[in-house]
Design a protein around this ligand. Structure first.
Ligand code: GLN
Ligand code: ZN
Length: 769
């Protein structure tokens, strides 16, 4: 490929960088501040130093234009609420008393006031704080954070570009404030919000910004004509400002679709688009609107949310095509690098052969710089990088880890029958009734019991070699005995072993499956100061030996009552891991499903009559665009059925979900063909039970009657009242009694009291039938 002259100016940039620091310094400083061990000044200094070191790292790697304002103590959407003055009235006093403490009050609540609600940032595992707006909201500009951070970067002598959440996305992410009519549409506040954005970008211009980036990822979702109109208006008005910086409107996570012509026509100077596989349609769509004559195009060709090396040749060819479609083409990651860990080179335990395939934020930055150089100077300027990249990709494609012939043969041999129980639900439910002989309104829990300090200490002791495997297993068995004894004494009908051996519901399985990698330092922000280390689905997946049977069988040996086996389902395993990019997600899901199927069958063979396969993430990985839902739900439900269909009719399959509204996926939930589902419902007063009923859901269900997210103990009357509500939607023959979710984050005292009350409630309501 030969670079055209227009490419000579190609620059490398990113939209954001991990905030936490190499050793999660930010987490330590913020949590230290909350505990009173770190002063506000010390926290500010740590934060400023982390920003400086991220910029130096980016600039040192060859990035031409660094992002500013992407840093956050907690969340960038909350920062945007502060920037536009959208502080909820209940937090006003705290914010006025002390801006920093007020900020954390909005994020986390205080003794007296609730925090803002938190929800997922598009289809990532990052969570943002939902703006609360209403007809009385008055916006006022507070550009201090943005201006300060820009000035910090400029002071280092760097070209810097402030990054803001765009006004349309901000409003589309908001919800009606408490007390405001539920049908209030925050987008109606656009005309009030735009002058505030105008003020902020003017302040940034005055502080030296040549460009300002406005992120509008909400435009990659299905949008109504009215919403697209709002986008048109927003950028017409902002574009019409005099004395403003150049505006770069960024989109990511998917294709722009109908919003592409809107933005292409807008009087702004640049667009940033995602050109990774998931958004490949952007390329043709851009050509179809005649490109972006006179505009800057920032091309997100390096995937910002997976951890795999880029195919540099493919990206260069995309970039080459794009050269003809815009005035100037720059190279970037598809989205902020917030969603990937910092540095693959920190992973000392990963086989160096495999490490070559991994790219975290630092490696992705290097790829972006290489691509920009290749684009500007021609491929001859990056010959060595291209050769190394080709070799790394080939070693991945030809590796026995990514191509296990036994696994592939097994997947290829899957038949329809493998994904179908031997009897339909209506028939096997009778067999289960006869086999399990449970009372009406049977009681159970979702799986985990409190993860106590002793359990965490036992795991730490094992890792540090202070106890051996046998010593560890003794501690786990002793915990299982306690958990079983409590449940029997409380009178619960279907028992669990309590999951004391699990550090995490995905990682525990990832560590035992071949083809799955765990990282040592691969922390990614989930929300606030919470970081997770998603495991990596790196190769073909197989199960060398049973993973949970030992513990479930032990629990079974201690009681006459049924003990529920407990597994994490294939969709959730994928959702909370980094997935492969070299095969369709459905293929990876099928491999995981077959490994889990063996576990399900082994549990049954060991005498387990009830097996729960958790799929809390089924709803959250639903694609952003409705046209993509059916294909996702097809492989998602198929992999669940593949996991669970190898058992006898009298073995009862449960599933569990939480965190979401389920109204739009009831059909998919039914397609799982599980016998029983437990769902989060206590806070919404059994709303999901009504949704299931409205859709004619025919199976057994346990809408939660105990909100496990709070230490509060529901009394028996309260749980009974919820149960009676449940009975309005689901007949007694099909209604279960259980908490909303697992109890691992709870303490023992409230767990004991709450479950005793739950059993009392079930008995009371049974007597009313
Ligand atoms: N079985 C798991 C537990 O009880 C389910 C957790 C979840 O749904 N997130 O902890
Ligand atoms: Zn749950």
């Amino acid at each position: 490929m030969t670079a055209k002259p227009a490419a000579a100016a190609a620059r490398a940039t990113v939209y954001g960088y991990p905030r936490q620091g190499r050793n999660r310094e930010l987490k330590k400083a913020v949590e230290g501040y909350w505990k009173g061990r770190v002063t506000a000044d010390a926290l500010r200094e740590t934060a400023a130093e982390l920003r400086r070191s991220a910029w130096r790292e980016l600039a040192g790697a060859g990035v031409h234009e660094v992002p500013t304002g992407d840093f956050s103590y907690y969340d960038h959407v909350l920062d945007t609420s502060v920037m536009v003055g959208a502080v909820p009235p209940r937090h006003r006093a705290a914010v006025d008393a002390d801006a920093l403490d007020g900020y954390f009050a909005m994020a986390r609540g205080t003794q007296d006031v609730a925090p803002l609600e938190m929800t997922k940032w598009f289809d990532t595992n990052y969570h943002y704080l939902v703006p609360e707006l209403g007809p009385d909201t008055v916006f006022t500009a507070d550009s201090a954070k943005q201006v300060t951070e820009l000035e910090e970067a400029l002071a280092l002598g760097l070209a810097a570009r402030p990054v803001l959440v765009g006004p349309v996305t901000y409003l589309l992410l908001a919800k009606p404030a408490p007390g405001v009519a539920a049908d209030f549409e925050p987008l109606t506040l656009l005309d009030r919000l735009l002058p505030v954005y105008a003020e902020v970008v003017a302040d940034l211009r005055a502080a030296g910004a040549e460009w300002v980036q406005l992120d509008e990822p909400a435009l990659v979702q299905d949008r109504t004509p009215a919403e697209l109109n709002a986008a048109t208006r927003a950028y017409r008005d902002l574009g019409a400002l005099t004395d403003r910086p150049k505006l770069l409107v960024a989109s990511y996570f998917d294709r722009l679709g109908d919003a592409l012509p809107v933005l292409a026509k807008a009087p702004v100077e640049g667009l940033a688009l995602d050109f990774t596989d998931a958004a490949a349609a952007n390329l043709d769509a851009l050509a179809a609107v005649g490109g972006l004559p006179g505009k800057r195009l920032v091309a997100g060709v390096v995937n910002g949310r997976n951890i795999w090396i880029n195919n540099l040749e493919t990206s260069l060819s995309t970039l080459g095509t794009l050269l003809g479609l815009a005035d100037r083409v720059d190279v970037a990651a598809s989205c902020s690098l917030l969603h990937v860990p910092i540095d693959a080179a920190a992973e000392r335990d990963i086989d160096p052969q495999i490490l070559r395939w991994l790219a975290f934020a630092r490696q992705k930055t290097a790829e972006i710089v290489t691509l920009a150089r290749g684009l500007a100077q021609g491929t001859s300027a990056i010959t060595a990088e291209l050769a190394a990249n080709r070799a790394d990709l080939a070693s991945r494609a030809n590796s026995a880890l990514t191509h296990d012939t036994a696994v592939r043969a097994r997947v290829a041999a899957i038949t329809d029958a493998d994904g179908r129980r031997s009897q339909p639900y209506a028939q096997r439910t009778a067999a289960q009734r006869a086999h399990l002989r449970l009372p009406l309104l049977p009681t159970t829990t979702i799986g985990s019991f409190p993860q106590t300090a002793e359990l965490r200490a036992a795991r730490a002791d094992l890792r540090a070699g202070r106890i051996d495997d046998a010593g560890y297993e003794q501690r786990i068995e002793s915990e299982i005995r306690d958990v079983l004894a409590f449940q029997e004494q409380a009178g619960i009908d279907v028992l669990v072993h309590g999951e004391p051996e699990r550090n995490d519901m995905v990682q525990y399985f990832a560590e035992q499956l071949t083809g799955y990698l765990a990282t040592r330092h691969g922390w990614v922000q989930s929300y606030g100061t919470r970081y997770v280390r998603p495991p990596v689905l790196a190769g073909d997946i197989s199960r060398p030996e049973p993973m949970t049977v030992r513990w479930t069988a032990y629990a079974n040996s201690l009681t006459e009552r049924p003990v529920k086996g407990m597994l994490t389902g294939p969709v959730t395993m994928l959702a909370w891991s980094f997935v492969r990019d070299d095969q369709p997600l459905g293929d990876t899901a099928r491999q995981v499903a077959l490994a889990l199927r063996d576990e399900v069958n082994d549990l049954e063979a060991a005498g387990t009559s009830v097996i729960q396969v958790d799929e809390p993430a089924l709803r959250e990985t639903l694609p952003l665009r409705a046209t993509d839902h059916a294909a996702y739900l097809a492989w998602a439900t198929e992999s669940f059925r593949l996991t669970t269909s190898g058992v006898r009719p009298e073995t009862q399959i449960h599933t569990h979900m939480c965190y979401a509204e389920f109204g739009d996926i009831v059909q998919a939930i039914d397609d799982l063909d599980a016998d029983v589902i437990s769902l989060e419902a206590a806070r919404s007063h059994m709303q999901v039970a009504r949704e299931l009923a409205a859709h004619g859901y025919p199976r057994e269900a346990g809408p939660g009657v105990y909100d496990i997210h709070s230490p509060r103990v529901p009394d028996a009357d309260e749980a009974a009242a919820l149960l009676r509500k449940g009975l309005h939607a689901i007949p007694a023959e099909r209604l279960w009694v259980n908490p909303d979710c697992g109890l691992k984050t709870r303490g023992w005292p409230e767990t004991r009291a709450s479950l005793e009350n739950l059993v009392t409630a079930a008995r009371t309501v049974r007597n009313e039938l």
